[in-house]
Write a protein that binds this ligand. Structure first.
Ligand code: PEP
Ligand code: MG
Length: 318
């Protein structure tokens, strides 16, 4: 099987009935970007840019940030997608150089894009730095934790202003993470104003089931294959496709071999997976028929519990 995976690593992830499912990498920095390319990744579906900001005494400068985004973009090249997620910290991931008032419920507090909109100067530095990487890859900017259309509009306005100020004419796509239930439910309206969606199933599961994603006692129940989460994923895909927009999944289930046929059946266009999983997920896509996956998804979406879903998917995998 490993031989098949390595052979598939540099072949296009196309299903047996001819549908291309983009397989890209979740990365934290330049090394993983290079490894992703070596393992056949078609690009980067999620750069967790907070890695540049955490574990340091002061904010990364505009020059430092420009350098790293540009280096990653160059490692990918102009034929590969590069999705940069803007800073996703706050709440439980505080920055020492950006002190914020303590919060009783950090997961429900000023985090993700909310923090960036509250600290626009810091946000603008990041946006300018990211935009300068535009000439070197297919650059996409993605906002995390979007919960309302107002947040999307405010963040987009900042990107548009900085892009105009820098005189950048490249077509930089601007999209959102779907990881808050309201955004999944409202996906058709969001899809009119966002260029693409990437579903963050780790947080979407947490916020849908009201179960802390890191809680040791809830680890088993907080399953992204819970039918409530799956219906939100299906709703997101429907809303996006109605507006001709693509949808990826960058949460952990995109790397789960049991979940992949289901996600393809639901209509997901892109899987953004951990770097080591790229060859096996590409090989898997090449073994699947989308038509069969669609039948499987129609059945699974009628089930009532995560255990039933896992049992049905296990049976399908044979
Ligand atoms: C997610 O929430 O699923 C996600 C991909 O983002 P993170 O794990 O970085 O919160
Ligand atoms: Mg998240």
């Amino acid at each position: 099987q490993r031989a098949e995976e390595l052979a598939a690593a540099h072949q296009s992830p196309v299903t047996t009935d001819g549908h291309h499912i983009e397989v890209v990498a979740n990365i934290g920095g330049l090394d993983e970007a290079k490894q992703g390319v070596e393992l056949g990744g078609e690009g980067v579906g999620l750069l967790r840019s907070e890695f540049l900001y955490l574990d340091r005494a002061d904010a990364p400068t505009e020059e430092e940030q420009t350098q790293i985004y540009t280096d990653i973009a160059k490692a990918l090249g102009t034929e590969r997608t590069f999705v940069v997620r803007t800073l996703d910290v706050g709440g439980d991931k505080p920055l020492p150089y950006l002190p914020q008032p303590a919060e009783e419920n950090p997961f429900l507090g000023v985090r993700g894009v909310r923090l960036c909109l509250a600290e626009p100067e810091m946000f603008r530095v990041q946006i300018r730095s990211v935009l300068r990487a535009a000439p070197f890859s297919k650059l996409h900017i993605m906002f995390p934790m979007i919960a309302t259309l107002d947040e999307l509009r405010a963040a987009k306005a900042i990107v548009a202003e900085e892009k105009a100020a820098l005189n950048i004419t490249a077509d930089v796509k601007v999209g959102i993470m779907v990881e808050v239930p309201s955004t999944a439910v409202m996906s058709e309206l969001f899809a009119k104003e966002a260029d693409f969606f990437s579903i963050g199933t780790n947080d979407l599961t947490q916020y849908t089931l009201a179960m802390d994603r890191g809680h040791p006692k809830l680890a088993k129940q907080a399953d992204a294959l819970n039918p409530g989460v799956l219906r939100l994923i299906a709703m997101t895909v429907k809303g996006a496709h109605a507006q001709g927009k693509w949808v990826g999944v960058c949460g952990g289930i995109a790397s789960d071999p049991q979940a992949v046929p289901l996600l393809i059946g639901i209509g997901v266009d892109e899987l953004s997976v951990s770097v080591p999983a790229i060859p096996s997920i590409k090989a898997m896509v090449r073994r699947l028929s989308k038509a069969d996956c669609q039948k499987l998804a129609a059945e699974v979406l009628q089930l009532g519990t995560a255990a039933e879903v896992r049992e049905r998917l296990g049976k399908a995998a044979g």
